[in-house]
Design a protein around this ligand. Structure first.
Ligand code: HEC
Ligand code: HEC
Ligand code: HEC
Ligand code: HEC
Ligand code: HEC
Ligand code: HEC
Ligand code: HEC
Ligand code: HEC
Ligand code: HEC
Ligand code: HEC
Length: 277
């Protein structure tokens, strides 16, 4: 009869086969993993609870599988349901800031598992470069004459979106607080201004710009600036919030058609109520 504590120790030792055991049969995977996978810290870090048995952090106990070498006796995250796979990963990644909007993202709603974008062992394309394969329309849009330099590789979809979802709709990244993420790069458009231009603050950048690219200069939603302005600032055009420009604006003359030559501070001004400077 074993003393109780030895019995407990033996039982505990039975729980996990240990990485060395896995490595015996899966040498290539284990070697590559221990050399360069970010998860290799699990193997050595004493505080995370998976020291010397890191494989089993995701694959579950491999004791029975190591004895039999039967595929059915080990957990392969790729073959599990989305919910089960995600549970495996979220056990450690759940409290990360970048996953705070996860429940509301279209990716989660559509049952995309973590492993549809992240590959742990296989040499797969970087998650960042996968977006266009599903979102073809958005990808193609960046080929328009005026667009952010995404195809050139100077920016990526994830500069504006979090693949994991955010507190904003469309999984849009935020800057400080819940400010639109555009302001991370276009800080000069950040208020508060003494004189705000209402749509910038209330409707957001997207009320005048097409962030995915546009045929119009400055990625505007309309071919000419005056057309854009007059949609809100003229009674004859379809209903908008803004008032009619003063009568001295004879918009039939070329002089007044180029609104932003005078209203230069179109995103907000510290000195001019009429956004002139
Ligand atoms: C005695 C050799 C042996 C040991 C030890 C071993 N494996 Fe395997 N493992 C295999 C073989 C052989 C297969 C392929 C089985 C098949 O395809 O039918 C396999 C398959 C797998 C699979 C894929 C299962 C699937 O459904 O696709 C995973 C995951 C796995 N092993 C993980 C581990 C882990 C983790 C350990 C250590 C706890 C481990 N193995 C230890 C031999 C071993
Ligand atoms: C962070 C989680 C994680 C850890 C840790 C991990 N794996 Fe995996 N493993 C996966 C996932 C996910 C897959 C599914 C295929 C993929 O994503 O590459 C997988 C697949 C496998 C497979 C099946 C091969 C295949 O191509 O489907 C084997 C064998 C395997 N892992 C062995 C190991 C061994 C050995 C270790 C430790 C050295 C280990 N894994 C550590 C997550 C993990
Ligand atoms: C046992 C805890 C644990 C589990 C389970 C786990 N991870 Fe990790 N993951 C980590 C640790 C620790 C790191 C190293 C980076 C760090 O210190 O945060 C990491 C790093 C990563 C990274 C790279 C981060 C970077 O900055 O490059 C990705 C991507 C990732 N994990 C995805 C996954 C996926 C997908 C799964 C599920 C298949 C998973 N993880 C399961 C603990 C875990
Ligand atoms: C495997 C296909 C696939 C890949 C890869 C993919 N997505 Fe998605 N994405 C979807 C689906 C499906 C939806 C949900 C559409 C719906 O609900 O109508 C979605 C929705 C979205 C949305 C809309 C907002 C939301 O939360 O519903 C954004 C933004 C988005 N994806 C960005 C990205 C980015 C950025 C990447 C790359 C990191 C990416 N997607 C990679 C399939 C994919
Ligand atoms: C639509 C594809 C997609 C899905 C689904 C996805 N990721 Fe990511 N993940 C990415 C991309 C792209 C990055 C790089 C983000 C960047 O560079 O800004 C990333 C980064 C990460 C990182 C590094 C740290 C961070 O947050 O930026 C971790 C950890 C991670 N993902 C874990 C997960 C886990 C866990 C899941 C499942 C709950 C998951 N991911 C689902 C695409 C995805
Ligand atoms: C410069 C910032 C920016 C970049 C870069 C960007 N997006 Fe967007 N995206 C946005 C904004 C802003 C919206 C919301 C537009 C709206 O609400 O009308 C959006 C909306 C979306 C939507 C939701 C569309 C819908 O109709 O619901 C998807 C999907 C999407 N983007 C995918 C992508 C993909 C894929 C890439 C990379 C090829 C990308 N985005 C790059 C800013 C960006
Ligand atoms: C990661 C940084 C980054 C983010 C985030 C970003 N932009 Fe940009 N933006 C740029 C860069 C870089 C350029 C310059 C592109 C060029 O000159 O080719 C630019 C140019 C522009 C232009 C001017 C184009 C022109 O023809 O002069 C507009 C308008 C614009 N961005 C709007 C937005 C909006 C709206 C958002 C948010 C939905 C946004 N940007 C988010 C980096 C960013
Ligand atoms: C009321 C419409 C409107 C809104 C809302 C708006 N813009 Fe603009 N934006 C314009 C117009 C018009 C131009 C072109 C000015 C010109 O050509 O003289 C412009 C030009 C730009 C430019 C390029 C020239 C420059 O000034 O740097 C950037 C970048 C830009 N906007 C970013 C943004 C961002 C970021 C937001 C949201 C915070 C935003 N815009 C909201 C109308 C708007
Ligand atoms: C999406 C609708 C919208 C668009 C587009 C728009 N505005 Fe406005 N604008 C408003 C609203 C709403 C106000 C504030 C309400 C008001 O005072 O009439 C405002 C206020 C103004 C003011 C200050 C009026 C005052 O009394 O202080 C000026 C000047 C102005 N806009 C010029 C422009 C110019 C120039 C353009 C084109 C580059 C433009 N707006 C595009 C909606 C719009
Ligand atoms: C030649 C310069 C110039 C041009 C071009 C111009 N504006 Fe103005 N705008 C002004 C001046 C000056 C004011 C009056 C400012 C004041 O009264 O303090 C004004 C006032 C306004 C106001 C109302 C401000 C208020 O206090 O009620 C609006 C709205 C407006 N402009 C819109 C436009 C639109 C839309 C266009 C293009 C179709 C345009 N402006 C073109 C110079 C110009």
């Amino acid at each position: 009869m074993l003393p109780l504590f030895l019995f407990a120790a033996a039982l505990f030792a039975q729980d996990y086969a240990g990485t060395e055991m896995c490595q015996g049969c899966h040498e290539d995977i284990a070697k590559a993993f221990l050399k360069s996978n970010p998860h290799a810290v699990l193997e050595t870090n004493k505080r995370r609870g998976w020291e010397t048995k890191s494989c089993e952090a995701c694959h579950g106990s491999g004791v029975k599988h190591a004895e039999s070498a039967e595929a059915a006796l080990i957990r392969n995250p790729r073959k599990l349901s989305t919910a089960e796979t995600d549970k495996t990963c979220m056990a450690c990644h759940g409290n990360q800031q970048t996953h705070s909007g996860r429940v509301v993202t279209g990716h989660a709603r559509q049952q995309m598992a973590c492993t549809s974008c992240h590959s742990i062992h296989a040499k797969a394309p970087e998650p960042k470069s996968q977006c266009g394969s599903c979102h073809l329309g958005e990808k193609v849009s960046f080929a328009k004459p005026h667009a952010h330099p995404v195809p050139q590789g100077a920016m990526s979809c994830t500069d504006c979106h979090s693949p994991h979802g955010t507190v904003l709709s469309k999984a849009l990244n935020t800057a400080i607080g819940n400010e639109p993420g555009c302001l991370r790069c276009h800080g000069d458009k950040r208020g508060p201004f003494t004189f705000e231009h209402a749509p910038v603050r209330l409707d957001g950048c997207g009320s005048c710009h097409e962030p995915h690219g546009s045929a119009n200069p400055r990625m505007l939603t309309r071919p000419s600036v005056s057309q854009l302005c007059l949609e809100c600032h003229a009674g004859t055009f379809t209903a908008g919030l803004g008032g009619v420009p003063p009568a001295f604006h004879d918009i039939r003359t070329a002089r007044y058609r180029n609104c932003t030559t005078c209203h230069m501070k179109i995103h907000g001004s510290h000195v001019s109520k009429a956004l002139l400077r």
